[in-house]
Structure formats: C-alpha cells, structure tokens
Design a protein. Sequence first.
Length: 318
Amino acid sequence: MYPGCRGRVTACRWAPNDRRAPSLAVSTPQQKVIEVNVQHTPPGSTSPDAIWHSAFYKFVALDDPDAVVVRLHDLTQPLTGSILVAAEGINGMVAGSAELLDAFELALVNDALLAGKFAGIVFKRSECKTIPFRKMKVRRKAEIVPLGIAGVDGSKTGINVSPADWRKLIAEEDVVLLDNRNSFEYRLGHFHHAIDPHVTNFRDFPKYVEEHLDEWKAEGKRVAMYCTGGIRCEKTSAWMKDLGMEVYQLEGGILNYFIQMPDADKDWDGECFVFDNRIALDTHMHETDTTRRPPHRCCRGISELGVTRTPATFRRAR
C-alpha cells in the first residue's frame, strides 16, 4: 500500500511532504551513471501524487537469480507490483509516484550489486486512474515468460520493427500477422487483419506455429508478430528462427506502438488488455472503463505477467 493510503482505493492521496515511504539505498560504483530509457505518454496530471505504471523486461543471463531477487526486494520497498526473475532475465511491472519510479529505474540500471546486467533496459510508463497493484511481489521463476520449450535463448530474437515501419510491414501481401497473445486478449482488441491463434495459454502458441509452418514456407510468407510489451514475441521469434522462419516483431509491443504512434487507432480495433487492476488501455494509453466479470475480481483466472488459467470475460462501458 502507498504511504498515506488506507483500504482498497482507486486513487492515492498522500501528502507531498509525507516521508514515510522508505528511501532507495542504491549501491553505485564510482563510475559514470548510466542513463535510463523511459518511454511514456504525456502526463494528464502535474500532481506529484499521480500514480504511474512502469513495465520492463530484459533477457540477460543471470549467474545468481536468487541474489537478484533479494536485491530487488530492497529496491522495490516503496512500490507495488510484480517482478519475475529467472536465469534468463527479468520481467516486471511496478507502480508508484513518478519520483519513486525515477529512483527505482535509476537503481535497477546502475546498482553495483546488479553488476550492470540491466543497462539498456526500456521502461514503458503510463499514468493510472486506478491503483494497478495491491502489494509488491518479487519471485524466482524457471522462466520469465513460460514458452515451455527448453533451451530457447530470448536474447537471440527475430527482427525488431519500429512502430512507424510496422504500419508499412503489416500492409504487405506476403506477411502473416500473428497476435502472440491469449485469445481473450485478442477479442478485447487487436491489429486490423491479425490472426487469432485461439490459445488460452502462451505455452499453446508453439503448437499453432508448428501446424502452419510448412504452409507459410511453401507460400513464401513472412511472419510478423506482436504482443503487449514485446517479451512473448522475443522468446517466440528466437525459437522460430531455429526452425528456419523469417520472423518480424513489433519493437516494444503494442504499448510502445500506442506511445509512438498518436494515430494508432488507424491500425487497431478495440482496447489493449493489461495484466493489472486497470484491465485495459486505449490507443492513447489511457485507462478505459472496461471491467472484468465478476466486478472487482480482475485477477481471477489470470496469473502473473501473461499466463491465463481460464478464459476471461469483460464488461465494456456503454
């Protein structure tokens, strides 16, 4: 819970001079501080109390994931959210004031105990109407995104395509446009003419690819994939490259497309599901009024950071 907040709230109202949140004790080496790469939409509020959501990931070999978990527990004390750590890297979402997020992001990139492993990581930040998370969780996992295929190196990814070039790419006739998300996410919103592989779990996606791979190769097709923030595509495209398939992926995912393309609604139908209490964002990265059935139980059937256990249903505002 944020300092100054009590109970279940949809807006946080702690005083700017409230100093009960613990400060971040950052261990920094005696060297130049690495700059932080933050992509975000223009703020709708100038209040220092405004709550922001920051999403990030990086495929990088971690020699001691358990030590990274311990350090992240320290660095995230003032925040709420969820971070997964595995030998293959980190995948996280956190929320707090802009000041607290600035401090955390700087620490993640520069902390000496993290040995520069997360230099170059990109943070995608958006402002919140609803508090996205109730508490902070940092967990050790076997994979930061569970493809379920051993030996896939997510750092050896496919061809990244910038948002501006993506618009041109998906209009070409030899491109198969795949939505690399769960089917309920596709139903809530997707790119024009994208294919829904009808999966209920990310681990099911490789089966769909294997069933169509020979057909795509025979027809001389190229595959373009997208997902919410990019992480699912990076791991899938690394695996598909090993199968001899030319794969393109939307750089930074749907969220980056919304941030970089003010007219993203030209290419997008509906909303974009996000795995937190906000439920969905529009193409301007604004929280929508869509709710999950039953009301206020947005996490039923959904586990952390992208895996569903049961199909989701939604109630759109009328």
